[in-house]
Write a protein that binds this ligand. Structure first.
Ligand SMILES: Nc1ncnc2c1ncn2[C@@H]1O[C@H](COP(=O)(O)OP(=O)(O)O)[C@@H](O)[C@H]1O
Ligand SMILES: [Mg+2]
Length: 255
């Protein structure tokens, strides 16, 4: 069965896109067929793979507006990407009056999802219609968090939205993974916040912690993931640990 995972946090700059790129690339090295979907109008995921916006005919935006199907671009044998374009920011208002607007992406994805073991959606830093479309299509939500007190405060909002989607649109949706980014275990604040997150989310918090690592910020400028950019760095080690935990969950899900 395909795992469809929305990576979401309405706060910007917490490592959503970095995580989607490197979880996807890591799963691909483990021979999982992966589709990454760029649902963010900033198109950072698309750009991280060196896919130029001007070269993309069939973007998620055109697909949501009904102008084309989802047409993935091949990154490697195991990894495909559905790109975004900056126009995507107009999609939310253009689709606002459409009947069944929350299900447009799910319907599109239904036609191709069986080709993949994983579909991972990079959500925008908001909880608007694009994120709702991702949540409606997904079975799982991963939430990356920076270990700050205000970051936990913001969680109430996303949990509220997920609960509403569960009730009204997608019964099967669950938060299955929470993890910290830019983590520094020497900082008391970081350890405290992680403790609070564990108290609330319990076994849904990954053991892997993504440390602050400049190579993670550099890799997108080379148009590659962290494993191609520098397989020896902390960023590669941390994301590989996360990938292994994600793969371990497969057994439980397939039971
Ligand atoms: N663990 C990390 N260490 C260092 N820089 C990071 C790390 N994770 C993300 N970044 C950088 O921080 C910025 C925001 O990350 P990004 O993944 O784009 O966040 P989001 O998608 O949530 O807005 C980017 O410039 C990215 O390269
Ligand atoms: Mg992003």
């Amino acid at each position: 069965m395909t795992r469809i995972i929305a990576v979401s946090n309405h706060k910007g700059g917490v490592g959503k896109t970095t995580s989607v790129v490197n979880i996807g690339a890591g799963l691909a090295t483990k021979k999982r067929k992966v589709l990454l979907v760029d649902m963010d109008p900033q198109a950072n995921l698309t750009l991280s793979f060196g896919i130029s916006e001007t070269n993309t005919e069939n973007t998620i935006y055109k697909a949501l507006l009904g102008e084309c199907e989802l047409v993935p671009i091949k990154v490697n044998k195991y990894l495909d990407v559905v790109p975004a374009e900056l126009d995507l920011s107009g999609a939310e208002s253009e689709l606002a009056a459409e009947a069944g607007r929350e299900f447009i992406f799910a319907e599109l994805l239904d036609k191709i999802k069986d080709n993949y073991d994983y579909v991972i959606i990079d959500c925008p830093p908001s909880l608007g219609l694009l994120t709702v479309n991702a949540f409606t299509a997904a079975s799982e939500v991963f939430i990356p968090l920076q270990p700050h007190y205000l970051a936990i405060k913001g969680l109430t909002k996303i949990i509220e939205v997920i609960n509403k989607i569960k009730k009204r649109l997608n019964k099967g949706l669950e938060i299955t993974g929470v993890f910290v980014t830019t983590y520094d275990r020497r900082k008391i604040l970081h350890r405290d916040v992680l403790g609070t997150i564990r108290t609330y989310f319990q076994d849904r918090v990954f053991n892997a912690k993504i440390r602050d690592n400049i190579a993670l910020a550099e890799a997108p400028s080379a148009g590659v993931d962290i494993f191609s950019y520098n397989p020896e760095c902390n960023g590669a080690a941390d994301y590989m640990q996360l990938v292994k935990e994600i793969i371990k969950m497969e057994k439980k899900i397939n039971q």
